[in-house]
Structures are given as structure tokens and as C-alpha cells.
Write a protein that binds this ligand. Structure first.
Ligand SMILES: [Zn+2]
Length: 304
């Protein structure tokens, strides 16, 4: 139980934003949100899995796979060994099956501390394989994206993961299966340009940086000044790239409700639907009632 270790920790850490010291246990108890400034600090992937999934339901897939050095990039082995030591993970993503509020699903969670969650060949392989597993078993996929983008140490092979994972998502979609993704701070580059933006429902965490290229690069190329808050999750919601922003302590209920609505054994007589096609903006943000509100809204849309 990783999360229990964090909750029990008396170690002092500093907030990523305000740099104020916080006892790690207190930070973990607050879903890793800084009690002083409200900054959503990064969550270790394994702790995230435990926060989101039903107790003891997570079964990991392909945990043992480690990265090689496919293009013999200098010092890559040393870098990835160090990343394994600091993150306590073998790669930048954890994949597996689990239940969320009782609904069986496949889940991937990217590890921000493993070379910034960058997308190498193993990250791409594991996520693509997860979608294939989900197709084979008729399961929805829930994903947590956190990434600096492509992994430069794997060159072109890293960029090719965008196409490979996107292809697997298309097959999953063709099979009529549901995929929802939560973008966290930061989600950028090739991950934003592929699987992070291909969910049927895409939610984000408050204040998360979500974008493709950095602000400074875009300003240099276009010669234009970009608006304040550019590439924040709130900006992306405003501009239609995200469907919703969901607080951490609400995410389990929210995702659970979404999975239930889209599962084949949902109690309504409605077919499974894609929310982004239905423009469910403006629903009540009372997540306890979210599922029933969403149902009511869907029925309204269907009957009008
Ligand atoms: Zn803070």
C-alpha cells in the first residue's frame, strides 16, 4: 500500500509552487494539494492508482518491462537507471486492470518522476497493449496523462508511439468501447498531440499545464503575444479542448459515474453514448448526483 506510506510519512517536503514546507503525510491526506496555496502537487503514479481504484482491485500488467537503449543514445542507460531509482518504477507508465466504484476497467497512469513521464517506446508499447487487452476483454480504458512529451533519447522511435497508440485507440473506439482520460500537470508535446486528447471524455485537474509546444516557442514562431493563462486546464476548457475540470477528491466518483453510464449493464435503456458529441456542458457540479443528472440530461436530449 503505497498511499499508506505517504499518509504515515512525517518527512518534510516543499510545495512545488509556493515552496512552503509541508509534512508529507498532511500533503497526502489532502490529495497532494498544497493546503497553503492550493497547488496540485504531483502524485506518484502508484499512489494515484490506489486513490482512484477500488481497494485491492488493481492487477498490474507488464510491470517488469524495462527500457533498453534503442538508438544507442549517449548516457541513456545511466539516465533511465537513475529514473528507476527516483521513481521506484520500471518505466514512465503503470498499466493494469482494476475496478472503479465497482466497474471493471483498464487503467494507465503516467509517472511524472520517470524522466518527466516522457513517451519512449516502452511507454507506447504498454499503452497500446493495454488498449488491445481492453478490446479483447471488452473493457473501457481510464487514463491519467502526465508527460513532458516525446523522449528525446529515443529519437524518431519515440515520435512513432503517437501513431501506434492512436491506432490502438481507434480500434478500441471501433469496438464501441469507452475511453476517458484525465490530463494532469504537465501534459504536453506528443502525448497531448495523441492519446491524451483522444478520449471520449477528457477531464483535467485545476491549474494543470496542458498544451503542445511551450508558450515562449509559440510566441517566437508566430510573433504574437499569447493571452494570460494560456495552456492552463481552465483555458483549454474555455476553448473546448477539455470537457470538464474535476477536483482530485471528486475524481473517483466522477470517473466511476462515467464508467457506469457507459457500461453495458447500466440500468437505463439508453445505448452507450459519447459525451463530447452531446455537449453536456453546464451540468450540475454536484458529483454525488452526477450520474442521475447526466442521465436526465441525456434523456432530455434524446426525446427532443
Ligand atoms: Zn503551495
Amino acid at each position: 500500500m503505497v498511499i499508506e506510506e505517504y499518509l504515515a510519512s512525517t518527512k518534510e517536503v516543499t510545495c512545488e509552487k509556493c515552496k512552503e514546507p509541508i509534512v508529507q503525510g498532511a500533503l497526502a491526506k489532502n490529495y497532494f494539494v498544497c493546503p497553503k496555496c492550493g497547488k496540485y502537487n504531483k502524485i506518484p503514479a502508484r499512489a494515484r492508482v490506489e486513490l482512484i481504484t477500488d481497494d485491492g482491485s488493481f492487477k498490474e500488467l507488464w510491470q517488469e518491462v524495462v527500457t533498453g537503449n534503442p538508438i544507442d543514445f549517449p548516457e541513456y542507460e545511466e539516465k533511465s537507471t537513475k529514473a528507476r531509482d527516483t521513481s521506484h518504477e520500471n518505466e514512465g507508465v503503470i498499466c493494469g486492470t482494476a475496478k472503479i466504484k465497482g466497474t471493471e476497467c483498464c487503467i494507465y497512469v503516467m509517472e511524472p518522476k520517470f524522466m518527466m513521464g516522457s513517451m519512449g517506446t516502452i511507454v507506447g508499447d504498454k499503452i497500446a497493449a493495454l488498449f488491445e487487452y481492453a478490446i479483447e476483454h471488452g473493457l473501457p480504458v481510464v487514463g491519467y496523462a502526465a508527460s513532458g512529451g516525446a523522449r528525446m533519447q529515443e529519437g524518431m522511435l519515440s515520435l512513432m508511439q503517437m501513431a501506434k497508440v492512436s491506432g490502438a485507440i481507434k480500434l478500441h473506439n471501433d469496438a464501441g468501447l469507452f475511453y476517458m482520460v484525465c490530463v494532469t500537470d504537465p501534459t504536453t508535446g506528443g502525448v497531448t498531440a495523441s492519446f491524451a486528447m483522444l478520449g471520449d471524455v477528457i477531464i483535467g485537474e485545476p491549474g494543470a499545464l496542458v498544451g503542445f509546444a511551450g508558450k515562449r516557442v509559440i510566441e517566437q514562431v508566430t510573433g504574437e503575444t499569447l493571452p494570460a493563462g494560456f495552456q492552463s486546464a481552465e483555458f483549454q476548457l474555455e476553448n473546448g479542448f477539455l470537457d470538464d475540470i474535476v477536483r482530485r477528491n471528486d475524481q473517483r466518483d466522477y470517473i466511476g459515474a462515467m464508467l457506469k453510464i457507459h457500461s453495458s449493464d447500466n440500468e437505463s435503456d439508453m445505448p452507450r453514448m459519447r459525451f463530447h458529441e452531446l455537449h453536456l456542458k453546464g451540468h450540475e457540479t454536484d458529483y454525488k448526483n452526477f450520474a442521475s443528472n447526466a442521465f436526465a440530461r441525456l434523456k432530455e436530449i434524446i426525446h427532443n
